[in-house]
Design a protein around this ligand. Structure first.
Ligand code: ADP
Length: 417
């Protein structure tokens, strides 16, 4: 008892006091000490004895037989404090069988401390290895997916190239055949003296047209290569774009007339001065016009319209021709894409035109929209920013507009081939 306040000394304090004078582990056979910082030991548990005796008395009172006698042969058990065992570095594997452990964390391993550390290290290493393997696995899967995608893309490109070669061979062969056969026929007629000037001029016109068709194809191919290499240049000059478009439309009227198509030009403004590369814009508009003429039935109409909204100029080419299916609209700007083979049967083309138009518009900082409905018609709308550049010093070649139109319209079907 404490001398000062006469109260009982706490068991924990006694154990702690003993611990200050010795490093030896403290064992006990007193149940009360087990919870107060000692290792533990074989302890008698009074309440176990009590409940055993009570049970036996009940048996006697009920007239049942009792086997072992009123007192239990052994009424104690081994109880140890898990925490103390590890604090004193005692081998837990040497604990007697059926021992009871106090203070044991739910998932703690019952192993000696050094073994426990080894297990922890091995386990951590295992986790690290598993994490590393899973990580590597995911990376490999990602890599193989990427490779798969690259492979698919390469395959697609390869397919496009093959299609392109097939397409180009066809496109080159057709005008070449016409040129060859026409010149052969003309030669024969001349040799047999069986010709007149009109006949010969007709043949020469055919040769001319098909040569232009070849030239257009080769020009487009050169442009496409330039786009790919990033060396396609534009030479800007401040110019009235309304006039440029109007001149191109007027120069194309004959080609529309061949197909009995009404080609109308309309504008909200007489003059919109802006920086453009005249040649390139002419090519873009001509491409749209030649497509409109190609894909519009006889007797149809094409409407070219210019308007200005704030600092933008809108140029639209609208036809009431065969139109483009909704799911194909985004594809027509792809290189060598043509909507369907049936169209090709009617009209010539290589599927490069719109790709070039888009690049030209892009180089001018503009964009192109398409609105189309099958059997109703299509509207291609070029939107360009209006701005000025400093006067450029480039030698501007003056070209014959009729010649340019002739070249771009060379794949539009006219009277003969
Ligand atoms: P192409 O040399 O075949 O005309 P383009 O790149 O100019 O090549 O056009 C690609 C395809 O887009 C055409 O083959 C055609 O199927 C479709 N297309 C373009 N313009 C029109 C139009 N005005 N009406 C209907 N289809 C069009």
């Amino acid at each position: 008892m404490y001398k000062s306040n006469k109260s009982h000394v706490k068991l924990k304090d006694i154990v702690n006091d003993i611990k200050t004078i010795t490093d030896n582990p403290i064992y006990t056979n007193n149940y009360a000490y087990v919870f107060n910082g000692v290792i533990g030991g074989f302890v008698d548990i009074g309440e176990h004895q009590g409940s055993y005796v009570a049970k036996e008395i009940c048996n006697i009172l009920e007239g049942n037989k009792i086997e072992e006698g009123i007192l239990p042969k052994s009424s104690g058990m081994y109880i140890f404090d898990y925490k103390q065992i590890y604090d004193y570095n005692i081998d837990i594997l040497k604990m007697p069988k059926d021992s009871k452990l106090l203070n044991k964390p739910k998932y703690a391993l019952l192993l000696p401390k050094p073994l426990k550390i080894t297990v922890c290290i091995v386990f951590s290493l295992l986790i690290l290895i598993v994490v590393y393997v899973v990580y590597k696995f995911i990376i490999e899967i990602k890599k193989s997916n990427k490779n798969k995608k690259l492979y698919e893309r390469a395959k697609e490109r390869e397919q496009l190239k093959t299609d392109f070669i097939v397409n180009m061979s066809h496109e080159l062969r057709t005008p070449l055949n016409v040129i060859l056969s026409t010149s052969k026929v003309a030669e024969l007629k001349i040799n047999t003296n069986n010709y007149d000037n009109k006949y010969l001029l007709g043949k020469l016109e055919q040769i001319n047209k098909n040569s232009n068709r070849l030239l257009k194809l080769v020009n487009n191919l050169i442009d496409i290569t330039k786009f790919e290499q990033g060396v396609y240049e534009i030479n800007l000059e401040n110019i009235n774009i309304v006039e440029v478009v109007e001149d191109i439309v007027l120069a194309s009227v004959d080609y529309a007339t061949y197909k009995n198509i009404d080609l109308v030009f309309d504008t909200e403004e007489e003059e919109i001065i802006t920086a453009i590369d005249k040649d390139k814009i002419e090519r873009a508009i001509l491409n749209l016009l030649s497509n409109a003429i190609k894909f519009t039935h006889k007797g149809g109409s094409i409407y070219v319209y210019i308007k200005r909204e704030k600092d933008k100029v809108f140029i639209s080419v609208e036809d009431n021709g065969m139109g483009i299916p909704k799911d194909k609209i985004n594809e027509i700007f792809n290189r060598f894409y043509q909507v369907s083979d049936t169209l090709k049967k009617h009209e010539e083309g290589s599927g490069i035109g719109l790709c070039i138009v888009e690049e030209i518009v892009d180089l001018h900082g503009g964009k192109i929209n398409v609105y189309s409905e099958v059997n109703k018609g299509s509207k291609f709308e070029i939107i360009l920013p209006i701005y000025m550049v400093e006067e450029n010093f480039k030698n501007l070649q003056i070209k014959d507009i009729q010649q340019i139109v002739k070249l771009e319209m060379s794949d539009v079907d006219t009277k003969e081939n």
